[in-house]
Design a binder for this molecule. Structure first.
Ligand SMILES: CC(C)(COP(=O)(O)OP(=O)(O)OC[C@H]1O[C@@H](n2cnc3c(N)ncnc32)[C@H](O)[C@@H]1OP(=O)(O)O)[C@@H](O)C(=O)NCCC(=O)NCCS
Length: 148
């Protein structure tokens, strides 16, 4: 069954979902600051309880996917695909002609998700991500929203 995707502005919910999706959780304050911006919107997937989220920033005719995640216990159910499609639709409705994102070069699951959704690599940022295991390249990807 498709998840219900809704625009939500509730920083504690994003902080909890982010912690369920990533090894290095972002603090609630980060979400509070981002969601306070008129250029940023967040989406939550309810399936039926909140199971994933996406955060998007729109600037003029370009949008950026700041983060997307599905709780580790709820992956491979189509929730990420639904969130990404909704992020594209909402960004397009907000006036964006393209959606950009950065993804770690070794994140195979995310690469597969993005490629299947029509994103293509348009650049590489060496050493963009740093964690306890070292530095990692980012791949910059883009999808035109006019032809979805
Ligand atoms: C990337 C992520 C959001 C995918 O969410 P998901 O709900 O599991 O993805 P979906 O079930 O919608 O999968 C859609 C398609 O993406 C691809 N895909 C997703 N996970 C995959 C995996 N682990 N391996 C290979 N392909 C994968 C498949 O093509 C899949 O379609 P299929 O199941 O019909 O084969 C999820 O793995 C996640 O939250 N990862 C941790 C956070 C993260 O890395 N976020 C992205 C940062 S840029």
């Amino acid at each position: 069954m498709s998840p219900r995707i809704e625009r939500v502005r509730h920083p504690p919910l994003y902080a909890a979902l982010h912690a369920a999706c990533f090894d290095a959780p972002w603090p609630e304050e980060t979400f509070a600051q981002l969601l306070a911006l008129p250029t940023t919107f967040g989406l939550v997937a309810a399936a039926p309880a909140p199971a994933g989220f996406a955060l998007v920033q729109v600037a003029a005719d370009e949008a950026e996917l700041l983060a997307i995640g599905v709780a580790a216990t709820r992956r491979r159910e189509g929730i990420g695909r639904a969130l990404l499609a909704a992020a594209c639709a909402h960004a397009k409705a907000a006036g964006a002609a393209a959606l950009f994102l950065d993804v770690r070069a070794d994140n195979n699951a995310a690469h597969a998700l993005y490629e299947r959704a029509g994103f293509a690599a348009v650049g590489r940022r060496p050493g963009y991500y740093r964690d306890a295991h070292g530095v990692h390249d980012a791949v910059l990807m883009r999808k035109a929203l006019a032809i979805s």
